[in-house]
Ligand binder design. Sequence first.
Ligand code: CCH
Length: 285
Amino acid sequence: MRADAARAAKPLNYQEVYNAIAEALDNSDYDDGSYGPVLVRLAWHAAGTYDKNTGTGGSNGATMRFNPESAHGANAGLSVARDLLEPIKKRFPQISYSDLWSLAGVVAIQEMGGPTIPWRPGRKDADTSAACTPDGRLPDASQAHDHLRNIFYRMGFNDQEIVALAGAHALGRCHTDRSGYEGPWTFSPTTFSNSYFKLLLSERWVDKKWSGPKQAVDKATGSLMMLPADLALINDRVFKKHVAEYAKDENKFFADFAAAFKKLEELGVPFPENAPTLTFNRAAA
Ligand code: CCH
């Protein structure tokens, strides 16, 4: 067997891929110092196109590589995340883009202090843009509870899972040149925690005075933000009950988030029967 054939036949060590992604996270010149949040968003937008009725969309295929999906408004800015992963794809050519993007979501959450998220390999990339999903499958931040339920029920989630997943907004920020909104949700946007829920309940959220789209800022400092879709979680009785539970009990949030995020990343994926479920050690620990 030739050397490269032997290398190709060697099963991929996913912890090595995990470690390579973990090493690429920090950059003091980017946003709050980490690419972690934008990688979580890439993994979520790749998966959140799933439609349980037609079985279309989901992380399988990595169709966001192609136009028109790469140009959908909701995906603005995600080329930053895709480009960051390109050298890792080159280093580990055996991994599919769709596995790489979903693994990157797991790495980012774990490395930023979040829960361990079990992960399965087995996604296959689509060859052409024919598999792209239509625009409009991801949530619209200007809308409220009815819209959130329509979007997430279509994927097969319930109210508790919707709230758990939204807790990822502890991470990262809005960018005026991407979504049009501005600012972070929490004071520690590179640490995974339950602070999003705590702040939703503890702060007074008032309309931001600006010419941009309607969003809220915290009255006390004006430095944090909430989208209309975030505030919907405290304006709906059922959603609010889960917000209160997660604000009080971070362990419960971590456990529920890990389960919901794994489910999100697996929506519609036809895993091979023998696909192992893997868990990874933190590289930074
Ligand atoms: Fe989100 N999100 N998200 N979000 N999101 C944005 C940024 C992040 C909505 C709207 C927005 C989830 C659910 C929702 C992240 C993870 C998740 C932005 C700003 C908007 C707008 C984009 C920009 O300007 O860069 C709406 C509406 C929903 C409805 O539920 C879910 C679910 C997840 C993951 C589980 C993360 C992380 C970010 C930060 C990205 C960054 O670049 O910092």
